[in-house]
Structures are given as C-alpha cells and as structure tokens.
Design a protein around this ligand. Structure first.
Ligand SMILES: NC(=O)c1ccc[n+]([C@@H]2O[C@H](COP(=O)([O-])OP(=O)(O)OC[C@H]3O[C@@H](n4cnc5c(N)ncnc54)[C@H](O)[C@@H]3O)[C@@H](O)[C@H]2O)c1
Length: 253
C-alpha cells in the first residue's frame, strides 16, 4: 500500500497547471503524496485547481500567477517554491501555447513568444532546479512535447511544431548531462487530448485524429497524467532520454 504514496515528502513543480493536462498531472502527483508548486497565467483558475486538490487530500500546494515568457518571473517562482518546500524533486514542464496560423500569418513576435513559452521556459526552469537536484543526487524532469514534435503536426502551426521538436532535442541532451547525478529527463508526446487546446483545433481535425488512431478516441488529460506519474516515480530510475507517445496509436514511432 505504501507504494501508492511513493512521492510523499517530495515537491513537484507543474507549469501551466490551472487547467487541462497540467491540472490532471497535478492531481495525479498529489494522489501519490507529492506537495505541489503550481504556476499559470490564469490566476483565478489556478486558485480553483489548488482548492480542489487541497479538498481532495492533505498535500501542501503553493501557487503563483506567472508568465512563462518572463525570465525573472520564472526565477522568482522557483526561488519561492524552493524556500517554501526546501527542495524540488520533480519538474514537469507542461505549459504551452498553440496559435493556429499559417506561415504567412505568423509575425516574428508571435514566433518568438511561442518559442519562449514552449521551449525557452523549459530550459530556464531546468537550469534553475538542477543545482538542488544535483546536490541531493536525485531528480525527475518531464517535458511535455507533442506528437507534432515528431511528425510536424496536422494543423498550420509551424512555430508550435518547431518548439516541440526542440523540446525533444533539449530533453535528450539534458539527460546525458544529468544522468550521473541520479536525475532522469524524459519527454511525453501526447496526441490529441480533450482540452481547450484540442477544441481550438476544431471538430474536423479531431475526427481525423480519431480515424487515424488505433484506439478510436481522443485522449483524456488523465491518460497523459498517468504517463507523467510513471516517469516521476522513483521506480522509473532506468528510464531517461525517452520520448513516450500517449496518442492512442496514431503516430507509431
Ligand atoms: N491538448 C492536446 O491535444 C495536446 C497535444 C499535444 C501536446 N499538448 C501539450 O500539452 C501541454 C498542455 O496543453 P493543454 O492541452 O492542457 O492546453 P491548455 O491550453 O488547456 O493549457 C495550457 C495551460 O498553459 C498555460 N499557459 C499558456 N501560456 C502561458 C504562459 N505564458 N505563462 C504561464 N502559463 C501559460 C495556460 O494558461 C493553460 O492553463 C502543452 O504543452 C501542449 O502543447 C497538448
């Protein structure tokens, strides 16, 4: 039975956790006993999520509204979280944005913003939590990428696909640099998952995804959260530099 509380005494950071996949990840880690440091742009929604988690269990939850495009806000958040919990054992870089624009419609500022939120923020968070993880000789970093990082995606969003391919390269390189200190770094590549992001892609796109899948459905946020919980477990210590597809068998890679 103790196994189910295997994250007790650990602290997990989950970015973009007000809603969707990030919210499901926060719940899944809390169920296993992890205290949480949660951040998102959407403050009211984040507060609601934190309240729901606290009502369901006895873990501590620290929240802050931050913008992942702002380096100083990321730094301040990690500092405060480390001060509150004394440690960060698990980092889940989940927040992301997915503007649907064809190449001629993408301004260079939109390109930069997507890369900042979807890729640079992963780097900034990792750079800041790693010294503590190295000191403690333990860490679990999980980067949420996408099927689009492997196949380019099926909708017009070249900046999104580029950022997610970047997450995969970043993950594999960082895994090599940190493995000697007991730290694993992995990516999860969701297919179409029932969140606001998938709704924005439109019914026709979602129907095509279902047709191409083996399991004939869109995924639930909990499908991704369970994969993250596996990679966050102390028992997943021999898995690193992996990119795990959670996509109902659409892209087989
Ligand atoms: N839903 C899908 O079909 C799907 C598929 C593949 C990958 N993903 C990835 O999964 C992750 C979660 O996506 P989701 O479907 O839950 O989307 P979502 O839009 O429901 O949630 C994303 C969260 O990130 C937050 N966020 C966005 N920009 C931010 C910023 N600048 N600063 C702080 N927070 C910010 C949003 O406020 C939101 O709460 C993303 O990285 C996304 O790319 C989703």
């Amino acid at each position: 039975m103790e196994r189910y509380m295997e994250l007790q005494g650990q602290c997990a950071v989950v970015t973009g956790s007000a809603q969707g996949i990030g919210k499901a990840i926060a719940f899944e880690l809390a169920v296993r006993g992890a205290d949480l440091a949660l951040c998102d742009l959407r403050e009211d929604e984040l507060r609601k999520t934190a309240g729901e988690i606290q009502a369901a269990g006895s873990v501590k939850v620290f929240i802050r509204r931050i913008d992942l495009a702002q380096e100083n806000e990321i730094e301040g958040f990690v500092e405060e979280a480390e001060k509150s919990f004394g440690r960060i054992d698990i980092l889940v870089n989940n927040a992301g944005m997915h503007p649907l624009h064809r190449i001629q419609e993408i301004s260079s500022s939109e390109w930069d913003l997507v890369l900042q939120v979807n890729l640079r923020a992963h780097f900034l968070f990792c750079r800041q939590v790693l010294p503590g993880m190295r000191r403690r000789k333990y860490g679990r970093i999980i980067n949420i990428a996408s099927e689009a990082g492997k196949n380019g995606g099926t909708v017009a969003a070249a900046h999104y696909a580029a950022s997610k391919a970047g997450v995969l390269g970043f993950t594999r390189n960082l895994a090599q640099q940190t493995g000697g200190d007991g730290i694993t770094v992995n990516a999860v590549c969701p297919g179409r998952i029932a969140t606001a992001m998938a709704s924005a892609a439109g019914e026709e796109e979602n129907r095509k995804f279902i047709e191409n899948s083996i399991l004939k459905r869109i995924g639930d946020p909990e499908d991704v959260a369970f994969a993250v919980a596996y990679l966050a477990s102390p028992r997943a210590g021999f898995v690193t530099a992996e990119s795990m597809m959670v996509n109902g068998g659409t892209l087989r890679d």
